[in-house]
Design a protein around this ligand. Sequence first.
Ligand code: CTP
Length: 404
Amino acid sequence: MARYKIGLGVTGGIAAYKAVEVMRQLQKAGCEVRVAMTRHATEFVRPLTFRALTDSHVIVDDYDPENPDPIAHINFSQGIDLLLIVPATANIIAKFASGVADDFLTSTYLASMAPVLIAPAMNTTMWEQPATQRNIAQLRSDGVKFVEPVVGELACKTVGTGKLEDVENIVRQALDLLSARGTTSTDLAGERFLITVGGTREAIDPVRFISNHSSGKMGFAMAEAAAARGADVTVVAGVTSVEPPNSVKVIRAVSAADMHKAVMDELPNATVFVGAAAVADYAPANAADAKIKKDGRDTLTLELKKTPDILGEVASKRHGRLIVVGFAAETNDVVEFARSKLEKKKLDIVVANDVSKPGAGFNADTNIVSILTASDTEDFPVMPKRVVADRVCDAIKRFRGELK
Ligand code: CTP
């Protein structure tokens, strides 16, 4: 099931071809995209390109006898979660700002209650014209959001502001807007999630420890997504630098040993376990009771011992209906390592990410993941962690369907 329905409006600028890539990336992120084009846009990209990739009629003209829906601007506008315009010309911005409705896309804008995100692209002089800036200010005060154009070489061979923002950034802002609005579906009602979050701290002595850079953002995003979809959520949180969401139960457990105990205590109650924590793999074998002094020591050797593998133990002791989800942070051969983790630890789902890529990993607000099951690998573009969390919840939901 598509999580979000997006109406993509394409208008007549040279950057219209980039709308195809925006559409592909939104589809990969789990969105259903329907396309509306202005007549001028069809001079740059053929409607057939979008039709072939969306499998649905691309509307240019309401009154076209080929249009299967006689009141398309109403039906189209009311079935979408977001109206996204890529690229937006000065002309469409002017029409939206003044409420002109002389074609399908402008009528759709007026008939829609969905949030609107506009990615303009035009020549610098047109962008800087007081008339254009006035129309943009008007639309902003009407609640419309913009993906600002950037400085670059334009089609007219001049360099200045007016270049369409990168496709990845347009997609990210669209998904951000959608995830901020939340979702009303309660398709995970009845599930009880137990999620480990954040990093652990392993004591060397009473004042020092070994830890890692985990922020807890991905794990808390999982908790928020599952709770928003109706699940009952318990989080076992180590060290985190962000606040947990409301509406979830939080148990604090700072070391791997504490986290292990808390998970084992809570597990009998869970129907889904998600290991999103960056649990230290090793901890000092003998933490000192008193602060270690440096007098007389030029070197200090710490002996480390393996911590309990929480995820592995949960998977090996699983009861009947428990779904077990692990995370795999890798820097190379990501999918291969993740698949071997899935098989070795007997996991149901693994969320793999390449922490060396910009836009992924610790502390970032976005992530780039592949979601693996025994029979499938889905690759996703860079997405806000909250949207990644929804895609993981989709995979859990599907897995539950297959278990029945
Ligand atoms: N995990 C856990 N308990 C541990 C270590 C890891 O529950 N003591 C969980 C993490 O929450 C994550 C997954 O295991 O879901 C990561 O798997 P792991 O094999 O520990 O990853 P790496 O440490 O990256 O493994 P490798 O040594 O193969 O690089």
